[in-house]
Design a protein around this ligand. Structure first.
Ligand code: AHR
Length: 740
């Protein structure tokens, strides 16, 4: 049976105006060549510089941090000058001497000799006939050198050309290039007859048609896609890039303001360098332009704990603390103060009024975090009480003053659908929640309808609990399709086009249909079992053990283990090869504590907790599984028996829109068949509904550059028969029904 009983005039809770926001992180080259409209790759020539305190391993093209974290490094200087090539007799080389300023680690020395150097952009430079592009470079040459700056095809057909005369010490040379042709694979070339040494310290090519026509601005189509989501806030700059994997790769606000050529670069832990052109000022400017609030995330004195962490000493923690304070002052202090003056100098005399949220670290936890969190929170709150501070862990459970906690979930769609009641038991006096990162990832890498269904089902629960869950943001936001490090991402782009995955359209539907308050309602639905399957694996004190047995169908496990003297982990219903973290359940037995934890993607849910007083060191451990049930016995005694949470066929939430006097009901059908839902309202409804639906022929359906709107919402007016409405298979719906 499927029914929604609604009492429109009984308020369940207010809506949280900040519920739907966006989360920007420079991952998948989301910044330079993406949202940040720069068209030249390696514009400052320092992309190939090994981050401080890291060693380069040429064989594997990786770097190793001082704490032992290994990550890819595909652009080492030993391999060439990333993004730049020389031809026709031109010679170029990098130098660390004579750079433009202290922030610049390299300059490019060139002898043109009648040849040229070329920058290939981000998989090509996309130019359009009649459009203008602003080029500038800082260059020097002892003797006068005339340099032709051209936009051209990779075969040398010139679309735009200007002449710059370089002479003397470093100076800025700029020109406007208007393309005569369309080409998404164009390049920028610099050529000259000069045989003398020319040095370039920094270069840049920008379209003039940026978002709001701002110089050093944002790519218009991508910024507009963000605004179309009607976000309440923007979180920046991350994500793990805030933490970094070494002291130098940790984010610092002070590197991200001022003239872009004077900003120190930042090696991002997603495997590339940024010149920080899309910095703190630009984010605040975008928030102001878009009329949304800003959430700034800063490093709290430690690197990423998933990447061989480095816990900074007190002196460096203090430096990070001051960096956070300066960021706040830069945004908000009057122009006649030190940091306000810097902002004014950068073009914004009045304080930015959009800064509202401050997050202390990212995905940090444990003792080291608690100490730093307390230090930052106590001091910042007393100095700047007006902000909402967000912790990255449940610090309130350790007795620390906590206003809001950032929860993250990357799992499969069923995890989301079955957990739509996750926040039901939160009390009004409990800590507030910001679901700062979430996405259905397992089985949904390209972004598909199935993911959107799971996430939407989860969000119905979030909406019901928005008196406690105040904010959410899907992550990550962007993916340059030529540089994928993480999937799925809400918006996929190349150098000239973009499309949005189904989750984007789902979020747009949700954000556009908030209503004025959540009214009392209850949802009656049937359920499916969550059927699990997979193999058993077990380890004792970290070592894999092969003794023991599982039955032919992999449904039973038994082994004799010395469980008193160590930690036993039996993974069951494990769907992946060892080492991968997709979907499995772990029975962990240590010091008499027996726990079952469900690992699903990056999410971790405790299913059972118990205790077992063992007699004798060797014990028989048995696990029986059957679809959605498991039983665990030790020496024949039942330790745990559990049935997995079932999957609701429909999930729904109802608000009332006071402006239009309508019910706004979000209904998600995650099954493969149409479902008739009966809507019963205490206040009579009209018999017509406007239903906006996101659906497709298959759960796996998604969008692409060729079919960007294959899965996109469609609105229809429908007739209600006795309050009944057909909710199609595999669909996210927003139903608006006028009250009489
Ligand atoms: O969103 C991608 C990454 O996921 C973020 O950088 C990090 O916070 C999380 O682990």
């Amino acid at each position: 049976m499927y029914q929604i009983n609604i009492s429109p005039d009984k308020k369940f809770c207010d809506i949280s105006p900040a519920l739907y926001g966006i989360f920007f992180e420079d991952i998948n080259r989301a910044g330079d060549g993406g949202l940040y409209a720069e068209m030249l790759i390696n514009r400052a020539f320092d992309d190939g510089v090994i981050p401080e305190d890291c060693t380069y391993n040429a064989d594997s093209k990786t770097i190793t941090s001082a704490t032992g974290w290994v990550s890819s490094f595909n652009c080492a200087e030993t391999e060439g000058i990333y993004g730049w090539t020389a031809s026709g007799g031109a010679h170029m080389a990098l130098t660390d001497k004579d750079t433009l300023n202290n922030a610049r680690k390299r300059a490019l020395k060139i002898r043109f000799n009648g040849g040229m150097i070329v920058n290939c952009g981000f998989e090509g430079i996309s130019v359009k006939a009649g459009c203008k592009y602003r080029f500038y470079m800082f260059a020097k040459s002892e003797k006068c050198a005339q340099i032709s700056v051209s936009l051209m095809s990779e075969y040398g057909e010139v679309y735009a050309q200007q002449l710059l005369t370089v002479e003397g010490d470093y100076a800025k040379y700029e020109c406007m290039l208007e393309s005569m042709s369309d080409n998404n694979k164009a390049v920028l070339s610099l050529s000259s007859l000069s045989t003398d040494l020319v040095t370039i310290g920094f270069s840049s090519l920008f379209p003039t048609d940026t978002f709001m026509k701002r110089e050093n601005g944002l790519r218009r189509d991508l910024a507009e896609k963000l605004i179309a989501l009607k976000p309440a806030f923007l979180r920046f700059p991350g994500g793990c890039i805030v933490e970094g994997f070494s002291k130098e790769t940790a984010h610092r606000f002070e590197d991200t303001i001022g003239a872009v050529w004077e900003r120190r670069p930042h090696w991002l832990l997603w495997g590339y360098n940024t010149t920080n052109g899309l910095g703190y000022h630009e984010f605040l400017q975008f928030c102001e332009d878009a009329g949304i609030d800003a959430m700034y995330v800063f490093n709290c004195g430690m690197t990423c704990q998933a990447r061989c962490p480095d816990y900074f000493d007190d002196e460096l923690v203090e430096e990070m603390y001051n960096d956070a304070v300066h960021a706040i002052l830069y945004a908000t202090a009057p122009a006649d103060t030190e940091w306000g003056a810097k902002r004014a100098l950068n073009g914004h005399v009045e304080p930015f009024r959009c800064l509202k949220y401050l997050e202390i670290g990212n995905e940090n936890y444990g003792e080291e975090y608690n100490r730093r969190y307390k230090y930052f929170y106590d001091k910042l709150k007393s100095e700047f009480p007006q902000y909402t501070y967000i912790a990255t862990d449940h610090t309130e459970k350790n007795g620390l003053l906590t206003e809001m906690v950032d929860d993250h979930f990357y799992s499969d769609p069923i995890f989301f659908a079955t957990n739509n009641g996750m926040y039901n038991s939160l009390g009004q006096n409990d800590v507030q929640i910001y679901v700062g990162e979430y996405a259905a990832t397992i089985g949904c890498k390209r972004g598909n309808l199935y993911a959107a269904l799971g996430e939407a089902a989860f969000l119905t629960g979030v909406e019901r609990n928005q008196s406690k869950v105040k904010m959410t943001s899907y992550a990550p936001l962007f993916n340059n399709s030529a540089y994928t490090a993480w999937e799925p991402d809400l918006i996929v782009f190349n150098n000239h086009a973009s499309y949005s995955i189904p989750s984007y359209y789902m979020l747009k539907m949700f954000a556009e249909n908030r209503g004025s308050y959540v009214c009392m309602h209850n949802v009656i639905t049937d359920y499916d079992k969550r059927y699990e399957h997979g193999v058993f694996r077990y380890t004792f004190n970290g070592e894999a053990i092969i003794a023991g047995s599982t039955d032919e169908n992999s449904r039973s496990f038994s082994a004799d283990v010395d469980i008193i003297n160590g930690r036993l982990t039996v993974s069951f219903w494990s769907t992946c090869a060892e080492g991968e973290d997709q979907n499995h359940y772990d029975f962990v037995c240590e010091d008499g504590k027996c726990t079952v934890i469900h690992y699903n993607g990056w999410s971790r849910e405790t299913i059972c907790e118990g205790h077992c007083d063992l007699v004798g060191s060797f014990a028989k451990v048995e696990i029986d599984t059957n679809g959605d049930e498991f039983e665990i016995r030790i020496n024949g005694s039942q330790i745990h028996k559990a049935t997995l949470k079932a999957v609701p066929h429909i999930s729904a939430v109802c608000t009332v829109d006071e402006a239009t006097n309508e019910l706004v009901i979000k209904i998600i059908n995650i099954t493969e068949r149409d479902i008739t839902v009966k809507i019963i309202s205490d206040i009579p409804m009209t018999d017509k509904a406007l239903i906006t639906t996101l659906t497709a022929e298959s759960m796996q359906a998604g969008n692409s550059f060729d079919t960007p709107k294959a899965v996109a919402p469609v609105a229809n007016e429908v007739q209600l028969e006795d309050g009944k409405i057909n909710i199609g298979a595999r669909s996210v719906n927003v139903v608006r029904i006028a009250l009489r």
